[in-house]
Design a protein around this ligand. Structure first.
Ligand code: NOJ
Length: 541
């Protein structure tokens, strides 16, 4: 097994870039492609293998690029196609793969397809979107709700029908039951794949197909008004995760497989039993249906251990796992679990079995930045204010240095920096071995050099109180991961478990290279990755 060829993405660490916030080079306060080019050496030094870019295509930016008006070009805000070509070739030269965001569920209302579709009922593109007559009383055709608040149906005066939008009214949903839509979108994929991009992260993959009979969604008995976004008044039974979506995904996968070594990642928020169906029959669906379970678990050893176990158990045979700690839609991990535990979260992410995706800025412990009301940009927060759904706080500029605007831009950034930017930036953190940035680098390196961490099996050892212990094993290599999720010191010596070995990575960096005895003492929020000595008795698994 050890020398068996495995696809690149199974041993890769992926890094998500939110391009607006990574690096600005033209002084408009918004990041751009040349900025990413400038930071390629940083990404190489960090040790990641692939970057995924949130959308960079022409867009009115109503949902910051997730409303695309042309799938096969670059928005001038980010640069030009020639900047993109250069980015792609430089990334490849430096050993980095590049993954694009593919947004097939909806276009912008300004996409020529929609402009044509709404022009008349007899437009050849009418059926490319989802149009319905009003209910007899003139109201929307059914109770489907938009993720961003209000009805998911928007009335079009000129043609007297409603169109469906799962998100903003400016993001009409495409009709994936129409073969011409399927073909057009496959061609979009081919356009980028032919250029050499290494794959796609597919936006809201589980939403692509809606009920053909347009039945009302059931009411959600657990809905708490004022505490939950209004779309949760109904259960999305007829608007997402429909069986027919898997045929669509198989089609996407077939296009991916026309090219060698390309990756299909799906954005899917579903419980494990539903999520794993997205690997597809005979694994011909998404290579990696994103596993978001760490995004909202309670941060207790037992809960985390349970979710790892449940996920491992739910995976189909041959389905490759993956893990995520944050993204541009969810609160930053450093704020969710606290700065000290963000180190433990990093160690967890990078030692679990499966492809890790790092969200930009998490490697410097960027917190969720409070956004003053006059600087709110996110349409979700604007439409559904005051209940904490705002996503701007997780999208703030990367903090590079002690220079003005933290080296992100030469002018005021589109979103504020975190207040601690003078100390929380790459330049400063790079000088401290015990910083979270140093930890991310050491963990990524350890993963690169260890078969057990990259592809070894996972064996739970202990989840007791604040302690979470597991072993990763491949051949004779066995690695013990010991994490203290609490704020009290703890001692690890577990029945027959032997901890003797060499510390590969400690959260502080101070113990790296030390030899451990049969037990390990962990400080509050401390974690160790230990290469177990070959002659230790195997931990009780
Ligand atoms: C999921 C994306 O991650 C999010 O940012 C976006 O608002 C919605 N899909 C709609 O595209």
């Amino acid at each position: 097994m050890q020398n068996e060829q495995i696809p690149w993405w199974q041993s890769a660490t992926i890094y998500q870039i939110y391009p607006r916030s990574f690096q600005d080079t033209d002084g408009d306060g918004v990041g751009d492609l040349r900025g990413i080019i400038r930071r390629l050496p940083y990404l190489v030094a960090l040790g990641v293998d692939a970057i995924w870019l949130s959308p960079i295509f022409p867009s009115p930016m109503k949902d910051f690029g997730y409303d695309i008006s042309n799938y096969v070009d670059i928005d001038p805000l980010f640069g030009t196609m020639s900047d993109f070509d250069q980015l792609l070739s430089l990334a490849h030269e430096q050993g980095l793969r590049l993954i694009l965001d593919f947004v097939p569920n909806h276009t912008s209302e300004q996409h020529p397809w929609f402009v044509e579709s709404q022009s008349s009922r007899s437009s050849p593109k009418r059926d490319w979107y989802i149009w319905r007559d009003p209910a007899p009383d003139g109201r929307p055709p059914n109770n489907w709700l938009s993720e961003f608040g209000g009805s998911a149906w928007q009335f079009n005066d000129a043609t007297g029908q409603y169109y469906y939008h799962a998100f903003l009214p400016e993001q009409p949903d495409l009709n994936w039951r129409n073969p011409d839509v399927v073909k057009a979108m496959h061609d979009v994929m081919r356009f980028w794949l032919a250029k050499g991009v290494d794959g796609f992260r597919v936006d809201v993959l589980w939403h692509l197909i809606k009920d053909e009979q347009f039945r009302d969604n059931p009411l959600n008995p657990d809905y708490v008004p004022g505490r939950m976004p209004p779309n949760q008044q109904v259960v999305p039974h007829f608007t997402a995760d429909l069986p027919a979506v898997h045929d669509v995904i198989r089609g996407l996968r077939r296009v991916i497989d026309e090219y060698s070594e390309r990756l299909l990642i799906g954005e899917i928020y579903l419980p494990f039993d539903r999520l794993v169906a997205y690997y597809g029959e005979e694994l011909m669906g998404a290579h990696l249906p994103f596993n978001f379970s760490l995004l909202d678990t309670r941060w207790h050893a037992r809960d985390v251990a349970k979710l790892i176990g449940d996920y491992e158990a739910a995976l189909p045979k041959g389905g490759w796992p993956n893990w995520v700690l944050g993204n541009h839609d969810r609160p930053r991990i450093a704020t969710r679990v606290g700065f000290a535990q963000a180190h433990i979260a990093a160690m967890l992410l990078l030692t679990l079995r499966g492809t890790p995706t790092i969200y930009y800025g998490d490697e410097i412990g960027l917190p969720q930045v409070p956004i003053p009301s006059d600087r709110i940009r996110d349409p979700f927060e604007k439409n559904v204010p005051g209940i904490g759904v705002g996503r701007d706080g997780a999208r703030t500029p990367m903090q590079w240095s002690t220079k003005k605007f933290s080296g992100f831009s030469t002018s005021k950034p589109w979103l504020p920096l975190s207040v601690d930017w003078r100390v929380r930036n790459v330049q400063v953190l790079d000088q401290h071995k015990s910083s979270i940035y140093g930890l991310y680098r050491r963990l990524i390196q350890a993963r690169r050099h260890s078969q057990a961490l990259r592809r070894g099996s996972y064996h739970p050892v202990v989840s007791d109180g604040d302690l979470l212990l597991y072993v990763r094993a491949c051949g004779s290599e066995r690695i013990l991961v010991a994490l203290n999720l609490g704020s009290e010191p703890a001692r690890v010596s577990v029945g027959s478990t032997e901890c003797t070995g060499k510390v590969l990575v400690s959260t502080s960096g101070e113990h790296d290279g030390e030899t451990t005895g049969p037990s390990i003492s962990l400080d509050a929020s401390e974690g160790f990755v230990v290469a177990l000595a070959a002659n230790t008795s195997p931990p009780s698994m």
